[in-house]
Design a binder for this molecule. Structure first.
Ligand code: G6P
Length: 601
């Protein structure tokens, strides 16, 4: 959602804060601000708009000081205006805070504080927290924050500057991530690791209800009762370059091109010379995946893998639905939460519900140390490296790959899959990165297609079985970054309603990875062509001849095992979305209304 940064040390804080915000801009980008404390006084610069606008402001009127906080916002309470931008202060400006998350009891607290004489200038829930902490502050910020934790409900990550305590930076979290970067004579704070990577790779990840007290030379962690805890520092392997564009026009394009390496790294992480490292423990009788957005689509693909390779009943659920559903526990059931960030609020809540129900839980995430990773007994990582573009690409591909590996591992242990078939799949996977690179080498045909179809009003993606899940992901990619309305349909379902939307020239893209379903899907394509559609078939080379008899256009990928084809056919779909967004002049990495990580319900 929003991004938080903080700094305390001997360098000027402003450039470090602005640089950190720039790295976090993908988390939210409708307004931004910083507060710096110097000579016993806090000064704030903030505005609606992107970090570059804030930078113009601070260039014109810089803030001096070696301790400060900053924020980039994705509006939830109150529109993105100058006044609603963070940091927020109390009436006198004695303290300044930045906040991620949602304070659910903000309205009641606001009424209570107004009665005490607090005057509010913004519509945000954050300003309520600023006034509250100021009211509770009686010369000891630790005590004020402990008290605030008891009074605030909802989710938050807060960083606090206090004029009376000019050498300390405070922060606290509940349900929204915060990490402290440990430097030499300086400390960094951020809501996400990439913001601090240029400075340090030693981080302390805060737990819920922990208060961190940052001084130049120390970081002290306390629980909400004031008991000191021992900070456990973690060394992250990502380096700063991994979170930079490295010559690509956009993070999304860079991340698309990183996929062959991401697949190779994920494979080596789980499959050594003597077989699988532990994946899912035990032999679950049923597996439920819970996730949001793109991760939900990978869960759908995972459900097919589990059924087909491990003969295990499996289903994917939208986390925001699952959390409010009547559930029936199954003996031996495993619930696996899938999330790139490991911080998505709905996914975490759905996971807690599964845990309350008594299910065994596991996580599949790209983020070591994330809340999700630390909430479950068994966590599996994807080795995609930091994903910055809002539209997920390499995280999705490595999720699908890991789910395939989990299914193969379970299938082998259950006796549902022969060693010979497992070896075929693993050998196919080893050869896949090279085939992926071949698909990525040639994008001209997609660029040309997008230039020609720039003004399209509607596009369809169809497929059957596993391919229906791929169609949904392909449509989501295109919607997210080009804003082109798209429909994704199980191919056989089209004629039961949505086919009414097809008119002369409407593009219909069929994803075909399964031989036994090819003829069926092609005949659905034929139905749309009869209604004027321009039909495209995306398939392996071995289906091309048959596909050309039906489709106007055929886009092929190299042949490989049909179980691995999803990892190949998704690449031209990602590039299609990318080039369409570029052709339309969209902001590819930061599409409107979206945020990379949604830490509110
Ligand atoms: C947001 C992003 C999506 C992402 C979803 C789930 O909506 O815009 O791209 O798929 O969150 O994120 P997660 O980090 O849980 O995978």
């Amino acid at each position: 959602m929003c991004g938080i940064v903080g700094y305390i040390g001997s360098q000027q804080a402003q450039p470090i804060l602005l640089d950190g915000l720039k790295r976090l801009e993908y988390r939210g980008y409708d307004s931004a601000g910083i507060a710096v404390l110097d000579g016993g006084a806090i000064s704030v610069r903030k505005c609606a708009g992107r970090i570059d606008k804030l930078r113009q402001m601070t260039d014109a009127s810089p803030l001096r000081g070696t301790i400060g906080i900053g924020h980039t916002r994705w509006a939830t309470h109150g529109e993105p205006t100058d006044l609603n931008a963070h940091p927020h202060t109390d009436v006198k400006g004695d303290i300044a805070i930045v906040h991620n998350g949602i304070i659910e009891n903000h309205a009641a607290l606001r009424r209570h504080l107004e009665k005490q004489g607090c005057v509010f200038v913004s519509q945000t829930d954050t300003e309520v927290a600023a006034h509250l902490i100021h009211t509770l502050y009686k010369g000891d910020m630790m005590k004020a924050l402990q008290e605030a934790i008891r009074m605030l409900s909802g989710s938050y990550a807060l960083a606090v500057l206090c004029e009376n305590e000019p050498d300390v930076l405070y922060c606290v979290r509940l349900g929204s991530p915060l990490v402290v970067g440990v430097g030499q004579g300086e400390m960094f704070l951020a809501s996400d690791i990439p913001a601090i990577l240029p400075h340090t790779r030693d981080v302390v990840i805060l737990e819920d209800r922990e208060i961190a007290v940052l001084r130049r030379d120390s970081v002290d962690i306390f629980d909400d009762l004031g008991n000191r805890k021992t900070p456990a520092a973690l060394h992250v392997s990502w380096d700063a370059a991994a979170a930079e564009k490295g010559g690509y026009a956009h993070f999304m394009l860079k991340e698309i091109f990183e996929q062959p390496d991401a697949v190779a790294n994920t494979l080596t992480a789980y499959v050594g010379v003597d077989g699988f490292k532990e994946m899912l423990p035990g032999l679950p009788s049923r597996v439920d995946f819970i996730a949001c957005g793109t991760a939900y689509h990978s869960g759908m693909a995972g459900a097919y893998y589990f059924a087909e390779l491990a003969q295990t009943e499996a289903a994917a659920h939208i986390a925001s639905e699952y959390r409010y559903k009547t559930l029936f526990p199954h003996p031996g059931q495993e619930v696996v939460a899938i999330s790139q960030s490991g911080e998505t609020a709905d996914t975490l809540a759905a996971l807690r519900k599964a845990q309350e129900m008594g299910a065994d839980t596991a996580a599949l995430t790209n983020t070591l140390g994330s809340t999700l990773e630390r909430t479950v007994g068994k966590s599996l990582l994807t080795y995609a490296g930091p994903e910055i573009a809002v539209a997920s690409t390499k995280a999705y591909i490595t999720q699908v790959e890991t789910l395939l590996l989990m299914a193969v591992d379970l299938g082998l242990r259950k006796g549902a899959l022969s060693q010979e078939r497992a070896d075929e799949l693993l050998n196919g996977l080893s050869a896949l990165p090279e085939k992926m690179s071949r698909v990525l080498e040639n994008q001209t045909y997609l660029q040309q297609y997008c230039d020609r179809h720039l003004h399209e009003k509607l596009m369809f993606f169809i497929g059957r079985g596993m391919d229906a899940s791929l169609a949904m992901e392909a449509a989501l990619k295109l919607k997210e970054i080009s804003y082109l309305p798209c429909e994704a349909y199980a191919a056989g379902e089209l004629k039961h309603g949505a086919i009414a939307l097809i008119s002369e020239g409407t593009p219909v893209i069929a994803l075909c990875t399964r031989e036994n379903l090819l003829e069926k899907t092609l005949s659905n394509l034929r139905e749309t062509k009869a209604r004027g559609a321009e039909t495209i078939c995306v398939c392996p080379e071995r289906f091309a001849q048959q596909a050309r008899r039906e489709a106007d256009i055929v886009w092929t990928v190299p042949d490989t095992d049909e179980m691995l084809l999803p990892l190949l056919v998704m690449l031209p779909m990602q590039l299609l979305a990318y080039h369409m967004a570029v052709a339309q002049g969209r902001d590819v990495d930061k599409p409107r209304n979206l945020a990379k990580s949604v830490t509110v319900e």
